[in-house]
Design a protein around this ligand. Structure first.
Ligand code: TYD
Length: 393
């Protein structure tokens, strides 16, 4: 039923940054292939890695390290308080607390299996369950009161067992309760040829179409949808129990589905076209790098993202092309990118005396980065991006 449409080669774990001491060890790699389920339109990677290998005490991603993310969580929390007035909130994948810190401690509970991240919020006296989201956990959390709001950003697409997720959500929601999930949009991913949305942790890249199909089984439905710029284009889905008549289904849901159908997200041929575009994108990016390397220009990477792991390994770009990466995340500094083994240095403003071109690993923060690097750009500094097609800016 699931038909493969894209082969991104052998890839290491995208967030497994390598310590200098471990550079002599060979990394485990897995075949990254992406498929389309004709029955429910779900797009998923074909071979998954166990969750314990990916989400553990060494997980490097912290939401609070990005100003853009902090602000967007704050704005969203304020909007949700006004629109839904939730009294009891659960966040699945609360990371280091960037969302829940906008609520009163007594009103909110976080679920975060990565112990290093859970610890940060626990220290601030929030209630955090350092476990994976499951039916058992949802029953434990909602033993005395059900949730009015369950929020989960960039987490559900990481969980292989969809049945377990939504059964647990069903257990936990009050009658009027709603689930809001936010994940990269498949439509945007295809439109932008952002094939780097596919890596080990992104088991699914959701479309509205697919999510609607999946939710039917659990008597859940989407009643509203918002598009956001997060992670290069995401959808925020507002979901309720079918029996909950408290909220009407907004026109935006139908419109989004119309857009997705027009693009052909329900057809396998669309995904094969995408595959062709990905191959062209690889070739163009390699041409750019080879041109710049021949000119002996100094190229660095900007933002050692999980996404860039897919690009670098698929295109076989290593430290002969990119001297080093700059990144602001403390955990990543002085480590090496998985697979490509490019050194990650502590972020410094780009200096045109040292850097000629910067490859935008964090292309999803292009606006924020271009603002920060105004001086570099003014003095002729350039960036390379592969989204929506490889080019020098
Ligand atoms: P993220 O957007 O989470 O992408 P992914 O999910 O693919 O890992 O990661 C952004 C990375 O970019 C993170 O490591 C921080 C880094 N970064 C910078 O180094 N400088 C910046 O100005 C910004 C915005 C991000």
């Amino acid at each position: 039923m699931i038909k493969k449409f894209l082969d991104l080669g052998y890839q290491p774990l995208a967030n497994a940054y390598i310590d200098k001491k471990k550079l002599n060890y060979k990394e485990k790699k897995f075949k990254l292939e992406v498929g389309f389920n004709k029955k429910n339109y779900l797009v998923s990677i074909l071979k998954t890695v166990s969750k314990e290998k990916m989400f553990n005490k060494d997980y490097p991603y912290k939401s609070s390290e990005s100003n853009t993310m902090q602000k967007s969580f704050r704005d969203l929390a304020n909007k949700l308080k006004k629109r839904f007035k939730p009294k009891f909130i659960i966040e699945i994948g609360s990371n280091d607390g960037a969302f829940i810190k906008n609520f009163k401690k007594k009103n909110v509970v976080g679920v975060e299996p990565c112990k290093n991240l859970a610890q940060i919020t626990k220290r601030k006296k929030y209630t955090i369950y350092s476990e994976y989201w499951s039916q058992k956990l949802s029953k434990k959390i909602t033993k005395f009161k059900k949730a009015d709001l369950i929020y989960s950003a960039n987490t559900l697409s990481h969980i292989e067992n969809i049945d377990e997720i939504f059964k647990a959500v069903n257990n936990a929601l009050s009658k009027k309760g709603i689930l809001i999930i936010e994940d990269p949009s498949l439509l945007k991913c295809l439109q932008n040829v952002a094939y780097d949305q596919f890596y080990c942790e992104h088991i699914y890249v959701f479309s509205t179409l697919a999510l609607r199909e999946v939710l039917k089984k659990f008597k859940l439905e989407i009643f509203d949808i918002e598009t956001t710029k997060t992670h290069g284009g995401s959808n925020r889905y507002f979901i309720k129990k079918v029996e909950n008549n408290f909220y009407k289904i907004n026109k935006r849901v139908k419109n989004e589905i119309k857009k997705e159908l027009k693009f052909g997200l329900n057809k396998y041929t669309t995904y094969k076209k995408f595959e062709k575009k990905v191959k062209i994108s690889k070739q163009k990016l390699l041409n750019i790098f080879s041109r710049l390397v021949k000119k002996k220009l100094t190229i660095v990477g900007y933002g050692a993202t999980a996404k860039s792991c897919t690009v670098l390994n698929y295109c076989n770009i290593g430290n002969k092309s990119i001297n080093y990466f700059y990144d602001t995340t403390s955990y990543k500094i002085n480590k090496y990118l998985p697979g490509s083994r490019i050194l990650i240095k502590k972020y410094q403003k780009l200096d045109p005396k040292e850097v000629d071109v910067a490859y935008l690993g964090a292309w999803n923060f292009k606006e924020e980065i271009f603002k920060k690097e105004k001086a570099f750009i003014k003095k002729g500094g350039k960036f390379i991006t592969h989204v929506p097609y490889p080019k020098i800016i």
